[in-house]
Design a protein around this ligand. Structure first.
Ligand code: NDP
Length: 299
């Protein structure tokens, strides 16, 4: 079997075009605004922030960038967040992680107004997702679910194994798949006999952060695999490569559909950041009641 390649780059492009179309419904002087805060000079974070700003502008939203030095104190950052919370021109606030070690990321996340928390990391939004209430849903799992549904619309009754239990990927993914009526297993570094757990799955979501960790022999024939992992491989004398958490070539011979890395979940994450900003802008203007209703309609 040669698996279908789920094209996240193309799907993200389509979603951004649709977002751009919907942004035109806002008057020119009141377009949605996304504020991105970068603290320090981590090169990878700098690249992410630049591409987020470019795509925000491309869909017609206002991009507001705040670049602060690595020496910024936690209290200064909290003051900036308070200003952004109160700024009517700002619909979404994203603080790029990781932060310098002297700043507590949990304190920062909790300082963001939940209605502007377009990363969906605030405990109020995490709780809303866990309890089936409306809120802002983290971008990466939202994008991963979207891609899964391009391979199979009805996921009801399927067995889903998510490898990785982080607050930003694994746990919210579990809630999204539960809401799709999957039977969900959340595996992690203490799980015993992981290959056997993965072999039961009709759907595998890999969010581990270990290059090509999940092997083809672990996978059930015909399964759908969503690879969230982004791992940079540096080898002497060769250009750096980016690979996922799944051994792509091996998996391609076993499963029915899978996402590549790069070009899979990564582009969808940024597209859903824009979708969350649009949802937040609409909700703040009283246009829609629920970001999750909108998520469902945009899938
Ligand atoms: P974390 O490091 O926060 O979590 C990794 C998870 O993997 C943990 O739950 C950990 O288990 C589990 N794990 C680690 N080693 C093993 C193992 N040997 N067996 C089973 N489970 C293991 O990572 P994130 O969730 O933040 O990210 C995961 C990956 O996704 C990374 O590669 C990251 O770069 C990528 N990513 C990609 C995004 C995108 O846009 N495509 C966005 C966000 C992340 P335990 O809890 O027990 O420690």
């Amino acid at each position: 079997m040669t698996a279908a390649r789920i094209d996240g780059a193309a799907e993200a492009r389509r979603l951004r075009q649709e977002i751009a179309r919907q942004v035109t419904a806002f008057p020119q002087h009141d377009r949605p605004g996304l504020a991105v805060v970068l603290v320090g000079d981590d090169p990878a974070s700098g690249v992410y922030v630049r591409s987020k700003a470019r795509m925000t502008a491309e869909v017609g939203m206002n991009s507001i960038e705040h670049r602060l030095p690595a020496s910024t104190e936690e209290a200064e950052l909290l003051i900036l967040i308070d200003q952004l919370n109160r700024d009517e021109a700002v619909d979404g606030i994203l603080v790029q992680l990781p932060l310098p070690p002297s700043i507590d990321p949990l304190k920062v996340i909790q300082a963001i107004d939940p209605s502007k928390d377009v990363d969906g990391f605030h405990p109020q939004n995490a709780g809303a997702l866990a309890t089936g209430m409306s809120g802002l849903v983290p971008c990466t799992p939202r994008g991963a679910l979207h891609l899964l549904k391009t391979a199979r619309e009805d996921l009801s009754g399927l067995s889903a194994v998510i490898v990785g239990r982080s607050n930003i990927v694994g746990k919210p993914m579990a809630h999204l798949l539960l809401a799709e009526n999957c039977t969900v297993t959340l595996a992690h570094s203490r799980s015993i006999n992981l290959p056997d757990i993965v072999r039961q799955a009709d759907i595998v979501v890999a969010a581990v952060g270990r290059p090509e960790f999940i092997r083809g022999s672990w996978l059930k024939p015909g399964a759908i695999v969503i690879d969230v992992g982004i791992n940079r491989i540096s080898e002497a004398g060769a250009k750096d490569r980016i690979v996922g958490d799944v051994a792509f070539a091996e998996a391609s011979n076993v499963v029915s559909a899978l996402t590549p890395v790069p070009g899979g979940v990564g582009p969808m994450t940024i597209a859903y950041l824009l979708q969350n900003t649009l949802d937040a802008a609409r909700r703040r203007r009283g246009v829609i009641g629920s970001a999750q209703d909108e998520a469902a309609s945009s899938l």
